[in-house]
Design a binder for this molecule. Structure first.
Ligand SMILES: C[S@@+](CC[C@H](N)C(=O)[O-])C[C@H]1O[C@@H](n2cnc3c(N)ncnc32)[C@H](O)[C@@H]1O
Length: 257
């Protein structure tokens, strides 16, 4: 009889090897696309949480309709900008409990698995969901108990909040002390008026986020150590870029009184 812990170890190695195959973009995309087809076209699971149906008033107008338009970008390759640095932090073990807020598709979640995090420990929350992995919910007010997660990823989500400071407080609440928050935000050289003129509506909050410092200011005193701060400039001049940040969250301050 094989020893149960040996079986577990072999299973773990097998699983890890299969997950590593997801690092191949084409394979990962194929898995995301097949699962999308199954859950959206066959099981008809696509659902949204719109204003007036559970979403908070702080959610910017057009958030859901704009992101439904973008749902076909299943691979969301830009989330690598956060997942890759997250995967090398020594404070996050492979069985870290991770919450992805606003993954939109399963692309970001499979990318986390590809980078070594356990699929069973990856959870997600979004105003849009077709996947059993993604709970419908609003980041301004969640049902997770305090300190639930070792890491929370906010990939290109914060710009859809009219009250990013409030969203940040909620995210700090559900991250354990010492846990990691990863944030990505796009910047554009276009004015809000130019964006409205080209799209016909404003796809995000009225006030735009202008720097990494501004993102950190939403999290205030909760920010402990900033592990990674990077402005990903576009190769083309006058093109959009991204602010990327990874920082740890301060634990509760010990009272000496
Ligand atoms: C631009 S997509 C980001 C997709 C992916 N994370 C990436 O890196 O490209 C923004 C996602 O955030 C979700 N979102 C926006 N506001 C949200 C909120 N208040 N609570 C939860 N999800 C939200 C949208 O529904 C959408 O799926």
């Amino acid at each position: 009889m094989p020893n149960p812990s040996d079986v577990r170890r072999v299973k773990g190695t097998l699983r890890h090897t299969l997950d590593q195959l997801l690092l191949v973009d084409l394979l990962r995309y194929l898995v995301v696309a097949l699962r999308y087809f199954w859950f959206v076209k066959v099981r008809r699971r696509l659902a949204t949480l719109d204003a007036g149906r559970g979403a908070d008033a702080a959610v910017a107008g057009h958030t859901v309709s704009h992101n439904l338009r973008g749902l076909r970008d299943l691979a969301v390759n830009r989330s690598h900008l956060l997942v890759r640095p997250l995967s090398v932090l020594e404070t996050l073990p492979t069985d870290a409990r991770i919450l992805s807020i606003g993954p939109r598709s399963e692309g970001e979640l499979l990318s986390l698995a590809a980078h070594g995090f356990m699929w069973s420990r990856i959870e997600a929350l979004d105003l849009i969901s077709y996947s059993p992995k993604v709970q419908l919910g609003d980041m301004h007010s969640t049902r997770y108990p305090d300190g639930s997660f070792d890491a929370v990823i906010l990939g290109w989500v914060l710009a859809y909040s009219e009250e990013p400071g409030r969203a940040a407080r909620e995210i700090v609440r559900i991250t354990r002390p010492g846990g990691i928050i990863a944030v990505g935000v796009e910047y554009s050289p276009l004015s809000q008026e130019e964006i409205v003129a080209s799209l016909g509506y404003l796809p995000g909050a009225r006030k735009r986020i202008a720097s990494c410092e501004e993102i950190l200011s939403f999290f205030g005193d909760a920010v402990d150590h900033v592990y990674y701060r990077h402005v990903v400039a576009s190769a083309q001049r006058d093109h959009q870029g991204n602010f990327c940040l990874l920082f740890s969250v301060r634990g509760p301050v010990e009272s000496t009184a």
